[in-house]
Design a protein around this ligand. Sequence first.
Ligand SMILES: [Zn+2]
Length: 282
Amino acid sequence: MLIDTHAHLDFPDFSSDLDGVLDRAAAAGVTRVISIGTSVESSRRAVALAEKYPQVFAVIGVHPNSAHEAGDNFIADLRALAAHPRVAAIGETGLDYYRLPGAQRLRGSPAALGNETPGDIDAALADGQRKSIQAAVFQQQLELAMELGMNVVIHEREAWDDTLDILRPYSGRLHAVYHCFGKSPAHAQQLYDLGHFVSFTGIVTFKSAGEAQATAAEAPADRFMVETDCPFLAPVPFRGKRCEPAYTRHTAEYIAHLRGEPLETLAARTSATAETFFRLSR
Ligand SMILES: [Zn+2]
C-alpha cells in the first residue's frame, strides 16, 4: 500500500541482506520501492535491481555531489539506460552547495570566517567552478527528461534560488519532486505553483523539524509523497541506525497523525501520486 519513493538500494549498506530488507518492507506494507541512482554506475546498479525484484523501480541520474565526476558521455549513458522499461524518472539531480569543499572547509573552522586564508580563497574559487559544473549537469538532465517525457527527482541543499532559476523554464513541460523536503509551507507553495511536488523522509519525525512538519500537515493531498532516502535518515525511533524501506511506514504514520487522517487515506493518496509521477502502471 505504501511506496518508498526514494531509496538507495544499490548502496553497499544493503549488499548482504537486500532480500531480507525487501521482505521487511513488504511486511510493513511498503510494497514498492524506487531505487535512485547517484552516478551512471549507481544508476546501472539500480536498473539491475529493478530487473531482479518486481517491486523495485529505478530512477537514473547524476547527483550534484558527483557532478564533477560525471564525465563527457554521461547523458548518452543515461539515455541508453532510460530505454529500460523499469526506469521511472531522471534523478537524483539538482544543486548542493552544502557539501562543496570550500563551504565544508569554512564550516570546519568558524574562526576563519571574515579572516580567510589564501587557502580558503582558493577553496571558494574552486567552489565557484563546482557550482557551474553542477548547474550544467543539472540542466543537461532536465533536457534529457524533456526529450524522454520523464519527470525529475531533485536534490537541493542550500541552493534554493539557483535550483528554482534553472528549473523554472521547464515549468509545465515536466514535473519535479523535491525530495527530503524540509522547508516551510511558503517554499513548498512556490513548487506547487510551478506544478511540482515534495516528498518527506524520516526527518519529519525529528523534534527539530518544525518547518517540515508544518509543510507536511498543510500539503495538498495530491502534491506530496513519502520516502526513506535509506540507508540515511532513519525516522524516530530508529534515528541514527541504518534506514531501510520498511521505515517509510513510520514516516507515513507520523504525517497521517499530523494531518489528522487515517494512515490508509494517506497511503492511498501518496501511492496514487507516486504511480502517476513515476508512471508505475504503464
Ligand atoms: Zn537520495
